[in-house]
Design a protein around this ligand. Structure first.
Ligand code: CMP
Length: 396
């Protein structure tokens, strides 16, 4: 079977994809951000009343141009939607409909809304119209931030603890607002006379914002206020803890997947079973290095070893010679095995991806998987002998 060339629609889909790593897609993303930046800048300037007539005219032309670029982009994204792998079971129309209802689809549509105002004969005049554009367009910036998708996943994964904290927040809020309403309503009927009024004070206090616009005056009210402030710190700390743990777990999960992808390129791991491999994968970390960066320096203490999954490094040997190691090779093992300083400096020759294994994890794995430790030791021994031979030849 011969591989068919990707269609124009598939190529356009790859170009427009927000996380496609190819240079073409990256250029499209940069261009999109530049257009967005120009549009937002024009909108911000238009809201300044002192701007003179000609400049305002030019700014309006810029804003309409950006709007039409976004409209073209929206239509293009709608057209390529059936190429997305998660819609491959759907018909083209259904895939487009589902994309249109997704968050990127809705944000894309909102960003084009000003174009419909244009067709409706609307003229952008003052600050109000400009701010609407600003709000609609600023949401597009979010599509470029990977942190947003992480945030959605964290909120979705941690929805049970988040809901518990919010329920706790609501309970404390209601109790405090009702108590403050009872204590304060006679002395301060304006802010505390109604429950919604007292709830505003409770929210401001519970979130530790404290505008100071409403302050309890009775002894009972102040007591409630004190307890509320202390509870506020506790509730916020709980929420911070839930979100921080969620982010850390999500990052660990992503790192695990990244390492799984890379680990297959190292022949040393090829013969290991899935269970053993998954134990090692959990201990490896990916590191990206640009070209010509020293990864380990001769004489330094060795705290880790490295596996090359792409790129190349140069080992600068003590006798002045050098050896190059490519994809699948490892280095940094000698200092760990002999518990001595690094025997050579190692630097990248081009952009390189490494998997790092820290010393403590290396010793643990070596004790569990003797086959792996043996393979590393054999290679270290060969390198040691090679270096000794080279040194002897240098002396001759
Ligand atoms: P380490 O001594 O921890 O740090 C430098 C690393 O360079 C060393 O471990 C080996 O992994 C690697 N190295 C040293 N000598 C050679 C060699 N002759 N060939 C390939 N790699 C080497």
């Amino acid at each position: 079977m011969t591989a068919t060339a990707p269609t124009f629609r598939a190529r356009l889909y790859a170009l427009l994809h927000y996380s496609d790593p190819t240079p073409g897609a990256r250029k499209v993303r940069v261009a999109h951000l530049i257009v967005l930046g120009i549009g937002l800048f024009a909108v911000i300037l238009l809201s300044v009343d002192e701007m003179d007539g000609q400049i305002r005219h030019a700014l309006r032309i810029i804003i309409w141009s950006v709007t039409f670029i976004f409209l073209a982009e929206y239509l293009a994204r709608l057209w390529v939607a059936p190429e997305a792998s998660h819609y491959d079971q759907e018909s083209a129309t259904k895939a487009r409909l589902r994309w249109a209802m997704s968050i990127p689809g809705l944000i894309g549509l909102l960003a084009t809304l000003p174009a419909f105002l244009f067709f409706g004969g609307y003229v952008i005049t003052g600050a109000d119209a400009a701010s609407v554009f600003c709000i609609l367009w600023i949401m597009k910036v979010g599509l470029h931030a990977p942190a947003f998708s992480t945030l959605f996943r964290v909120v979705s994964n941690e929805r049970a603890p988040i809901a518990s904290v919010l329920i706790l927040f609501a309970i404390v809020l209601m109790i405090a607002a009702t108590a403050a309403h009872m204590f304060e309503r006679v002395k301060q009927p304006e802010p505390f006379g109604s429950l919604p009024g007292a709830m505003w004070w409770a929210v401001v206090t519970l979130t530790t914002t404290g505008y100071g616009d409403v302050v309890p005056e009775t002894l009972g009210g102040r007591l409630v206020g004190s307890l509320l402030m202390i509870s506020g710190i506790a509730v916020l700390a709980l929420m911070t803890g839930v979100l921080a743990t969620g982010f850390a777990q999500e990052e660990r999960r992503r790192e695990y997947l990244r390492v799984w992808e890379q680990v297959t390129r190292v022949p040393l791991f090829a013969s290991l079973g899935v269970v053993t491999l998954s134990e090692i994968v959990g201990k490896l970390r990916t590191r990206y290095y640009p070209g010509r960066i020293t990864v380990v320096r001769r004489g330094d203490a060795g705290d880790s070893m490295f596996f090359i999954t792409s790129g190349e490094v140069e080992v600068r040997l003590p006798n002045g010679g050098s050896v190059r190691l490519g994809e699948g090779a490892f280095f940094g093992e000698m200092a760990l095995l002999e518990r001595q300083p690094r025997t050579a400096s190692v630097a990248t020759t081009k952009p390189t991806t490494l998997l790092v294994l820290y010393a403590s994890d290396f010793y643990e794995i070596a004790s569990h998987i003797p086959k792996l430790a043996e393979a590393v030791e054999i290679e270290a021994k060969r390198r040691r002998e090679e270096n000794l031979e080279r040194q002897a030849a240098g002396r001759r």
